[in-house]
Write a protein that binds this ligand. Structure first.
Ligand SMILES: [Zn+2]
Length: 101
């Protein structure tokens, strides 16, 4: 890489200006959970930080150690979802947990 491209790369990382689609790469797949072309071309993980799959995985982890109120607050603060969206994510998380029993 030239000095210019290193500087550009640093700026992109620091300003976090690349989209989840750009992070996922030109051969990305379409994520079944969020319907965006954000499934990483190599690791097949969704790059969309607001993907319902990621939010549900996060909520499932937090619900083991926190109350629903705390998890709802955390989802809203960290992922910038609305209160209703947070409630829906928690509902889906509990449904998923119940299915696994
Ligand atoms: Zn996704």
């Amino acid at each position: 890489m030239t000095d210019d491209s290193v500087a550009l790369y640093r700026r992109l990382v620091e300003t976090n200006s690349c989209t989840p689609e750009e992070q996922a790469g030109p051969d990305a797949g379409v994520c079944p959970a969020c319907q965006r072309k954000t499934l990483h071309q190599i690791c097949h993980e969704c790059m969309n930080p607001q993907c319902p799959d990621r939010l549900i995985a996060f909520a499932a982890e937090r619900l083991r150690i926190s109350t629903e109120t705390e998890v709802s607050w955390c989802l809203r603060d960290r992922y910038h979802v609305s209160e209703a969206e947070a409630a829906e994510i928690i509902r889906q998380t509990k449904e998923t947990d119940h299915d696994a029993d």
